[in-house]
Design a protein around this ligand. Structure first.
Ligand code: ATP
Length: 380
């Protein structure tokens, strides 16, 4: 990377299923923004990894691709895994988890921001304007010891299976530090400035201990209101009054489950972006999987991937101090809102007819006619 001239190298992993279908138009949109905004440039390097790659070569994530990804400025990922292709022990191929672990991408950021015209599954008008963030710890918790299940009894008919949850002080401190800072950043933009720790501290000792670390750290962030909620109550309240949330932080498995619930609040998987952020690296990808049921038909909604690319632009802008990247992030975010605003663009996952191309064209039209730029300029 050469931040001095803001030339960024981006590792692109299209992956499996609809992964490539949503990544290709996103890369084109990023190239368009590079041209329209200026002040930064991209070099995209496409990498092969995923379930199909495992089937073809016996390797899910080649070592050299991993190395290049580690040395790049950011990683853009489509989707990985196919239920029909598995490791001999039955697990699905999930190199995106290896990326998270190898690069220590501890903060899984899942913004829950509803877009104009998206279905409102709750029916309440307040749920049409959600804007909160769920942060999922992504390197430890119940996922930390995956692949190391310990069985009791005979190998051909075990009597019990044990999977261990790991929570560390260092992992919790860096997670909470990141989360409090995000709550502070949002507060500066007019949000509530609350950080809620979601756990099961009333039943599991490790969560009680983690909550203590959260409370201890909250003293360092007097501008942020600390709060707690048990995960079961959280699931209920995300359906009952999701407009009350601001920033939530939770363990890996709880975050995995709650982020799919959150995607449902946004109307569908094709609307939910994400970022997995570490100290040096970050992966940006839609929350959805490879969706083999719709692959190859041009039906995939690229919105989640476009919004993940907007998150990438914002992260590059923040970490390298390149304001043009922040502007491009805002322009892309507004282009998505504008594309959906008149209610005529209805993706197939909402029961409409707009497939990948129609959604992309609508977003590109708002970039080309300058309307997204005007909105971004007046919002700044
Ligand atoms: P994973 O476990 O890998 O996250 P998953 O089993 O949760 O994947 P997805 O692949 O995310 O499943 O698909 C869930 C449902 O959402 C499927 O019916 C799929 O067609 C739909 N879906 C997912 N992504 C999109 C998209 N971008 N556009 C339209 N529909 C989508």
């Amino acid at each position: 990377m050469t931040a001095a001239n803001s030339a960024f190298q981006i590792s692109v992993f299209p992956g499996d299923g609809i992964g490539g279908e949503v990544i290709d138009p996103t890369v084109e949109v990023l190239k368009l923004l590079e041209k329209q905004i200026g002040g930064f440039s991209f070099r995209f390097e496409s990498e092969k990894a995923g379930a199909q790659h495992y089937k073809d070569t016996g390797t899910a994530l080649p070592e050299d691709a991993m190395k290049r990804a580690e040395g790049s400025d950011a990683i853009l990922l489509g989707a990985m895994g196919m239920p029909s292709i598995r490791y001999p022990d039955g697990r699905e191929i999930a190199p995106q988890l290896e990326l998270r672990e190898n690069l220590e991408l501890f903060a899984g950021v899942r913004p829950v921001k509803t877009r104009p015209g998206a279905p409102n599954p709750l029916g309440d008008p307040r749920a049409a304007n959600l804007d909160f963030v769920l942060i999922r710890e992504s390197t430890e918790g119940l996922f930390a010891n995956r692949g190391q299940t310990r069985y009791d009894g005979p190998a051909d008919r075990p009597t019990a299976a044990h999977d261990t949850m790991t929570i560390t002080r260092a992992g919790s401190e860096r997670l909470f530090d990141f989360s409090f800072k995000l709550a502070e950043k949002r507060k500066a933009k007019g949000h509530r400035g609350q950080l809620m720790c979601i756990d099961k501290a009333n039943v599991i000792g490790g969560f009680y201990w983690m909550r203590g670390i959260f409370d201890e750290m909250s003293a360092q962030y007097p501008g942020v209101e600390p709060a707690h909620m048990y995960v079961d109550a959280c699931a209920l309240n995300m359906v009952r009054r999701p407009w009350d949330f601001d920033v939530m932080v939770t363990e890996n498995m709880f975050g995995d489950i709650l982020s799919d619930l959150a995607a449902g609040l946004m109307g569908g998987m094709g609307m939910a972006p994400s970022a997995d952020i570490g100290t040096r690296n970050a992966v940006f990808q839609p929350c959805h999987g490879s969706a083999p049921d719709i692959m190859g038909q041009g039906l995939a909604n690229p919105t989640a991937t476009l919004l993940s690319a907007a998150m990438m632009l914002e992260w590059l802008g923040d970490t390298h101090g390149i304001s043009e990247c922040n502007l491009a992030a805002s322009v892309l975010d507004h282009a998505v809102d504008l594309a959906f605003e008149d209610g005529k663009l209805v993706p197939t996952e909402f029961g409409g007819t707009a497939g990948t191309k129609a959604v992309t064209d609508a977003v590109v039209a708002r970039l080309d006619d300058g309307s997204a730029r005007s909105r971004a300029d007046s919002a700044a």
